[in-house]
Design a binder for this molecule. Structure first.
Ligand code: ZN
Ligand code: ZN
Length: 418
């Protein structure tokens, strides 16, 4: 049952005030006069109400909220016809795209059941997933192209909490997940805005080093992994805050620990084994192992959820190629928590990861990112999907490789080497 009143919350409601403040002021850096679109699970209303209030205090003009509910989502899979799964509500995403083109900021609250669809027919799940990603493209494109300032932040929903802490009672599980979210999101201190400022400095230092090195490729070596990832021509490393096309310095992910850039979609070769499970559209996929040749996945398997994974990489041509490469030290707060969150926003920030599908056009130097054809020419991948999965561990070594083949240690045993 959804918890909607502050008095019923099994954690300190003051933390939600701080989370809302960080989300609006650091995450979005919402500007006076902007409109804001919030999507959120209905269970997260105590946070959504605070986000709206904080947005208006910071000068927002029109805040629109779109709430979702797990039971409503499940109803479709239980009762809708197979054929109907090939369609999605395109008009919603077209409306979002129009809003983003007109300076509306985008805020997503995550917190619903990560394994909601695990008991459903994988073919139906994939079918709906495909039509959804096609329908969502106009909105998704604006996010990957960074048309507007956006942010994603989490709320400790009950089903999610029970997934992370299966042995705890309901309230205790929510309280434990809340504590993890608040600590990892750096709001469990008196001045979270300052804490984020310090964190940003560290991320900036790492990006600067990688951008100066301007590696041609990265070579990954770990048990089950021997992979070379070519980096796109003119790639630029990003991390933490960056400037959206409407000119706002925002920090899209809360939490965030990664520095990331665009790989070359034709220059990825070797074998790679996932180090953590991936939750995709409500299904757990674990033990992923794939072989890349000339940028493309030529062999793929998984211990669990293999069917969903194979469907995923068949979504379109770009779904078999990489669109992101990200570095996260093994000692990150999320990794140190030892928890598996079943939520990409958290799990990807625990570990070095790669993403299949669409690249981020903001990860290019100069004007390359402004021209879709220049992005492709530089080696940026395009696809309707963008799915991150974790390949980092305490046993991972990464070398930066120059065009001439000269190697520089980037990470040793999962930690920064310089
Ligand atoms: Zn990432
Ligand atoms: Zn990603």
């Amino acid at each position: 049952m959804a918890v909607l009143k502050d008095d019923d919350l099994p954690f300190d409601a003051k933390m939600l005030d701080r989370l809302a403040e960080v989300s609006i002021r650091v995450g979005l850096n919402l500007q006076p006069g902007q409109d804001l679109l919030i999507t959120a699970p209905v269970e997260s209303l105590p946070l959504v109400r605070r986000l709206a209030a904080e947005a208006y205090r910071n000068g927002a003009e029109v805040v629109t909220t779109m709430l979702s509910d797990d039971e409503v989502s499940l109803a479709r899979f239980r009762h809708a016809s197979d054929e109907s799964l090939d369609r999605s509500a395109n008009w919603v995403f077209e409306g979002m795209a129009e809003a983003f083109d007109n300076n509306t900021a985008r805020l997503a609250v995550s917190g619903s059941n990560p394994l909601l669809l695990s008991g459903q027919d994988p073919v139906r799940v994939a079918r709906a997933g495909k039509s959804m990603s096609i329908a969502a493209k106009p909105a998704m494109e604006r996010i990957t192209n960074f048309t507007t300032n956006w942010n994603i932040v989490s709320y400790p929903g009950l089903a999610w909490a029970k997934q992370v802490f299966p042995d705890k009672e309901d309230d205790a599980a929510v309280a434990a997940l809340a504590e993890a979210i608040f600590s990892i999101s750096r709001v469990d201190n008196d001045d979270p805005i300052a804490a984020w400022g310090l964190h940003q400095e560290t991320l900036t230092k790492r990006q600067k080093w990688l951008n100066e090195k301007c590696f041609h490729a990265l070579h990954y070596k770990a048990p089950g992994t021997d992979l070379t990832i070519g980096l796109a021509d003119g790639h630029e490393w990003k991390g933490g805050s960056s400037t959206s096309k409407n000119g706002i310095d925002c920090t899209p992910n809360i939490p965030t620990e990664e520095v990331f850039t665009t790989p070359h979609f034709q220059r990825v070769d070797g074998i790679v084994r996932a180090t953590k499970p991936l939750v995709h559209q409500g299904t757990l996929i674990s033990g992923i192992e794939v072989i890349f040749e000339k940028g493309e996945i030529v062999e793929a398997k998984a211990d669990e959820g293999e069917e969903v994974f194979l469907q995923l990489i068949d979504t379109d041509e770009g779904a078999r190629r990489l669109g992101e490469v990200a570095l996260v030290p093994h000692s990150s707060p999320i990794s140190s928590s030892g928890l598996l969150f079943y939520n990409t926003l958290y799990d990807e920030n625990a570990s070095c990861h790669i993403a299949l599908g669409q690249c981020y056009s903001k990860c290019f130097k100069g004007d390359i990112g402004k021209d879709p054809e220049a992005v492709i020419k530089a080696g940026g991948n395009s696809s309707n999907i963008h799915v991150d999965w974790m390949i980092g561990s305490g046993e991972l070594d990464i070398d930066g490789v120059t065009k001439e083949g000269e190697k520089t240690p980037v990470m040793r045993k999962g930690e920064w080497a310089y």
